[in-house]
Design a protein around this ligand. Sequence first.
Ligand code: AMP
Ligand code: TRP
Length: 343
Amino acid sequence: MSEAPKKYEGPERVFSGVQPSGSMHLGNYLGALKKFANLQHEHECIYCIVDLHAVTVWQDPKVLPIQTREIASAYLASGVDPKKAIIYPQSKVAAHTELAWYFNCVARVGWLARMTQFKDKSGKNAEAMSVGLYDYPVLQAADILAFKATHVPVGEDQKQHLELSRDIAQKFNNDFNASGFFPLPEPLIKGPGARIMSLRDGTKKMSKSDPSDNSRINLTDDADLIAKKIRKAKTDAGVVPASEKELEGRPEVKNLVGIYGALSDSSEQQVLDQFSGQGFGVFKPALAELAVEKLRPITASMNEYLDNPNEVDKILSKGAEDASAIATPILSEVRKIMGFWGA
Ligand code: AMP
Ligand code: TRP
């Protein structure tokens, strides 16, 4: 009889990352950053700025370090405390690329072929994309597992990548007779902000890469611009309905109600109870006021950090040291398990 597989028995640890490839928006804040700050009080948390992922599509070398500091500033401004959580750039910790190579030899081509994000990003042009873009989810698995992270706060769009990380962890454990070595990381997706949609099209997610700036609220937008974007947001000729069921088939209205709920920590139904029967001439200004109230302190704090790049750089250097100190022994174990000479 074969032995029952051992369960992972290490400590709980949270890991997540955001790419420094454009400005941060309300979707990033509600889907990821807000959760990052909440988790640090009860968990060991590691928050990475995933610059190696960003360069899977060309990044201007002059802009990349600036955008890296910008994401770090957004983490800090959203309440991530560098005394509680580790904040660092991915490219400063060699464990990511090393483990990604080992995982390249564990993951199967067929697994990557199913990844919908690659298909969406490459469109009809898959042949012309970088190999790195195709391999992106394997590096993501390495990010998480280089720290044996057990929990990963992300937006809904990362669900499939997290499933792949679990498959890779499981196959590594099986292939090398190392059951229980890597945890099977759990995504933390639930919550009202998990999928914020474009302000121009309620069927598309709010995204850094949308060519229309009016489709998103950036964390760097000032109060007037936020109000203008919400005023211009697409809705329909109806009013705010009374029940969640009546939001079906009205994706733009559902999205605005969802944003109001996520910003005010209330449920969709509570928002409907407050506004049902009102036209958008009433609801939109209330939403704009709430968004400005919640985002203004974050924008202000982010701007302070952006004005003090040396302070941010210190935090990132220290974070990289702390992150390396955790990942280095894990990578030594991996080399031993795989049987490399001298390990
Ligand atoms: P990215 O901007 O793709 O680097 O994403 C950074 C984090 O924000 C990830 O956890 C995403 O899942 C999350 N995220 C990105 N866009 C959205 C959105 N429209 N709604 C909710 N979460 C999002
Ligand atoms: N792929 C994620 C995104 O686009 C970013 C990311 C890279 C990530 N490595 C990660 C998220 C590890 C969580 C854990 O949003």
